[in-house]
Ligand binder design. Structure first.
Ligand code: PGA
Length: 251
């Protein structure tokens, strides 16, 4: 399976900063071309940077959005749709825990977004994960099972094949506290089994399940040695070219 290594810039970087990052990363891509053969490199900047970064990016870098709305067009002030995004990018992150907590996105809303994203030939990255409290109460798997079942309701086998699942324990996001490789593997294995029950063994084996939450150039090495970890969704460390390139090299 081709690993996916994605940087989620969140609400960071002006046009100038985004262009500087991309120019620097473009230069590095030639240097590390032997290290990226079996990897997909993805940058998810704010909407405002997609158009310019698409023009200047190296061929082996892909672009994604961090969210989109669940309708294709209409009176939804401030929103951006999949129809608009498909001119600029290939992937869309959906259901990130910051969308769920700050903007009250529900599993049902995320389900509608996945439908509209695949309909427009974009690839969703569905984020799931539990809070610290849910983990403490031994509820992590229940929470993730509900997220998967509701977010993927009526998503067909063909549609799920275009989807990546990102396991992002909320307690690990932006905290410097990564899940141990064993903790992450246990949940990735659980997610794959759920996908097998919802679809088929063959399909579940081919869906990428990536990990996110305080990834850095060091901890990525052992995480990637786990059987069911197929890549990473990087926040903070993906804002800096040097650390992002180190992560790519260490995958
Ligand atoms: P982090 O963010 O790497 O800064 O923890 C990950 C994410 O939110 O996707």
């Amino acid at each position: 399976m081709i690993s996916l290594i994605a940087a989620n810039w969140k609400m960071n970087k002006s046009l100038k900063e985004g262009v500087e990052f991309m120019n620097e990363l473009n230069n590095k891509m030639n240097e590390i071309k032997d290290k990226i053969k079996d990897k997909e490199i993805l940058i998810c900047p704010p909407f405002t940077l997609l158009q310019e970064l698409k023009k200047i990016k190296h061929d082996s870098i892909k672009l994604g959005a961090q969210n989109c709305y669940s309708e294709e067009s209409g009176a939804f002030t401030g929103e951006v749709s999949a129809v608009m995004l498909k001119d600029f990018c290939e992937y869309v992150i959906l259901g990130h825990s910051e969308r769920r907590s700050h903007f009250k996105e529900t599993n049902q809303m995320i389900n509608k977004k996945i439908k509209i994203v695949v309909k427009n030939n974009l690839k969703p990255i569905l984020c799931v994960g539990e809070t610290a409290n849910e983990r403490k109460k031994n509820k992590a798997k229940d929470v993730i099972q509900t997220q998967l079942k509701t977010c993927l309701k009526n998503i067909t086998e063909n549609e799920i094949k275009k989807t990546t699942i990102a396991y992002e324990p909320i307690w690990a996001i932006g905290t410097g506290k990564t899940a141990t490789p064993q903790e992450a593997q246990e949940i990735h294995d659980f997610i794959r089994k759920e996908l097998r029950d919802m679809y088929s063994e063959g399909t579940a084996m081919n869906i990428r399940i990536i990990y996110g939450g305080s990834i850095n150039p060091e901890n990525i090495k052992e995480l990637m040695q786990q059987r069911d970890i197929n890549g990473g969704l990087v926040g903070g460390a993906g804002l800096d070219v040097k650390s992002f390139v180190e992560i790519i090299k260490n995958i």
